[in-house]
Structures are given as C-alpha cells and as structure tokens.
Design a protein around this ligand. Sequence first.
Ligand code: PMP
Length: 353
Amino acid sequence: MSRFFSSKYKNLIPYTPGEQPKDTVYVKLNTNESPFMPSDKAIKYASEAAKKLQLYPDPECRELTEKLADTVGVKYENVLVTNGSDEILNFAFMAFCDENHPVVFPDITYGFYSVFAEINNIPYEEIPLSPDFTINVNDYIGINKNIFIANPNAPTGIALTLSEIEEIVKSNPDNVVVIDEAYVDFGNESCIPLINKYDNLLVTQTFSKSRSMAGARLGFGVGCRELINDLNTIKYSTNPYNINRMTMAAGIGILEDEACTKANCKTITENREFTAEELKKLGFEMTNSTANFVFAKHPEMDGNEIYLKLREKGILVRHFSKKEISQYNRITIGARNEMEMLVNALKEILKEN
Ligand code: PMP
C-alpha cells in the first residue's frame, strides 16, 4: 500500500477473479465462460467497428439498447447497458443503497456483492442459506431492506421460482430488489416481465455466459424508467462512454443471431446433464444446478485436493475456501470433449486416492 492510499479503503478486500494461469494450456472450467465462439456476425461487426476506434462510441448506445429492449420485450427506456453486469450491479449499489438504505443478500452468493457494499460504505447483512443451500424465501419477505439475489444463485446453481421472486419483490415495496440473472438462460425463465408491475425491481443480465462475450464486457439492467434514469445518473457521473465501439457492434451482431445463442444454451444444458450423470456414477453429490456449471463434492475426497489434482492434470475448476462450501468445486460446463476429459481425470484421481 502506498502512503497515498485513502484510509477509507484500507480494509477493502478486493474481489478475486478466477485464476488465468499462462504456464500451460488448461481445460478452463473455472470462470463460467462459454466454450463456444461468438457468432460470426458479432466478429464481423466488431471488426468493422475497429476501423472507427479514433472516435468516441455513442454514449447512449442507442442501436444496441433498442435491439436489446426488443429482444427482452421491454421499451428502450427500461434498459441500461453496462461494461459487464458487474458495472450495473455496482451502479445499483451506488444509486440505491447507503447508511439509511442497507442491503441484504445470501451468505453464499456472488462474491462481488460484499465488495460493492464495502467500497461504497453500505451496511450489509448476509442471510444464511438453508443447509441444503437453497434460499429461504421467508427470510426476505417484508425485510424492508434492499435485496440482491442471484437467480440462479452462484456458486450453487439453485434457482427460485418466478412466484417466489414476485413474493419477495411485492413484500418490499419501499426497497429495491435486484435480481441478478447472469445464469438465467440455462434453464430458467427471466423475471423481466415483472418490471411492468413493480417499480422496485431491477433485473440484471450479462452477455458473458450464454452469449459468448465475456471478453467484450457487456451486461445490462432492466427496470422501470425511473430506476433506469437513476442508474444513468450514476453512469454519466462515472463513465459516459462505458461501452466501447467494438463491444457495442458485437452485441448487435449477437442479438441478430438469437438462434445461435439458443442452440449454444441447449448444448450446454445437455452437457450439464451428461456431466451430472457421469459425476453421480463416480459418487459425487451435487446441487440441482440450472446454470452453466455444476457444484459438486465427493464424500471420500477433500474439495481442495480434488481442485489441486485436477489442476495438476491441466483442468481448472473453481474452489472456494469458505468453510460451508470448501468441500465443493464449481465446474463450468464446457464442450462435450472437455467434460469427457474432466470425467476421465476425476476417475483417475479417485482411483489414485
Ligand atoms: N453475477 C454473477 C452471479 C456472476 O457469477 C457474474 C460473473 N462472474 C457476474 C454477475 C458478472 O458477470 P459480467 O460482469 O461478466 O457480466
């Protein structure tokens, strides 16, 4: 730490992204990226956009936002696109939470929520999951605090139903409820239509998973016009050109090829079922994940040891040291051959044990 670092950040523990080692070529199943390239249209549009990099991008992101609004079935005024969904999540913490508007989220969830709360000096409470890792909806009914819930949750992959989400939103009318749908496209219905009924609901999604664009950094939020206006105030006060030209163009290309996104999601869902079946045969226990990952533990082998042994064999998965989940590994669903390599590696590891 330099002697200039503000004391207000001295206790800040930053978010730790999944490792990206360069020592060898790994089968990368640790950051929930898509195994598929983005559609040709996205690549073509982004290349064309690169020819105009000397010019600032459109700060309104009008064409992309219009297309996106159309795709998710809302109006232009209901959408804000951001630099990854991490940015809209941070904007939501900045815009709607403060000492008088504290926030709650599950104790086991996306690790960035607590970091956003910390950096923005927002009091927060982490509500324990049930022992089976499900979110207990009653814990959030009428809690009268702002709420962040990933649905499906990470790293468990377990989803709440639409009616459970609606109960939470309905029972906290004076608080903002943010539903983070980063993984919604792999087997769940989005709660976006509820924004027309509830002015306290913000839904966030990302192009990083189902739309194969993690490297481009594109996410978005959907909510009533007033919520989006507030989030725009934060955007124009921090980074008006938050979406670069190439990302904007690639986003338009991806949205013009929804069939490709749907086909990729179907393949990933099938690969998830394949992986879950194979892991079960090897004695693994898993949550009922509807995301592009499984969350698995083995009764006879330590979670961290499995992670390390897989790493030695060139396969990266994500292990979290937090006590309640330290026996588990979160394994991203990749292409079928990658999942076969994983299963074979696990067979060997269990045999060696
Ligand atoms: N929400 C959840 C639950 C996530 O797991 C992630 C990805 N790490 C994000 C949001 C952020 O994704 P991105 O910024 O790539 O859109």
